[in-house]
Design a protein around this ligand. Structure first.
Ligand code: CUA
Length: 178
């Protein structure tokens, strides 16, 4: 039979449904509800996906913001990459590009910062270890998260969206000082 022809049985939509099929439909429906409510639950209690704001930007604009911040607040250099200590409460700019997070940041414990994330080329993933915060980073958009680090230490940014040959080497660093 072809879909050009009307169905042989006119009330095809009102056939009795088999018991097993009903059970599967119900199971799938319940599972959909569980997954649906997991989204707000995980947002609030999972601490992995922070509340964020998103704005349109351009790679050039974001790069200029990063450069201005680095010029103003650079404290030292590590492996050729500047380490920047922006003042508490300020806007902090971090960029992802193949295959680097730039620059390194030095923040103070229990102080809030507005972290602006964007990419200069294509999609990267900001995964903060060991706390497992996870943020998607896209060119053309800046994702802004307000964060208050509550534990001193050394955090590593790992890129967790595949971005090419050097993806596994795309690391960054955030220091949190007492
Ligand atoms: Cu950047 Cu993977």
């Amino acid at each position: 039979m072809s879909s050009y022809l009307p169905p042989a049985e006119r009330i095809w939509w009102n056939e009795p449904v088999g018991k097993t099929e009903i059970v599967w439909i119900l199971l799938a429906f319940v599972w959909c509800l569980i997954l649906f409510f997991m989204m707000p639950y995980w947002h609030m209690y999972g601490k992995q996906n922070l509340s964020n704001e998103a704005y349109q930007t351009t790679p050039a604009k974001h790069e200029a913001n990063v450069k201005a911040m680095v010029d103003k607040y650079k404290v030292r250099e590590e492996a050729g990459i500047p380490v920047v200590a922006p003042p508490p409460g300020s806007d902090v700019y971090l960029l992802g590009r193949i295959w680097q997070w730039y620059p390194m940041l030095e923040l103070q414990k229990n102080q809030s910062y507005r972290l602006h994330l964007s990419s200069l080329d294509w999609q990267h993933g900001f995964s903060l270890q060991p706390v497992n915060i996870n943020i998607q980073v896209l060119p053309g958009y800046e994702t802004v998260v307000t964060m208050t680090p509550d534990q001193a230490g050394e955090y590593t940014i790992v890129c967790n969206e595949y971005c090419g040959l050097g993806h596994h080497t795309m690391l960054g660093k955030i220091y949190v000082k007492e």
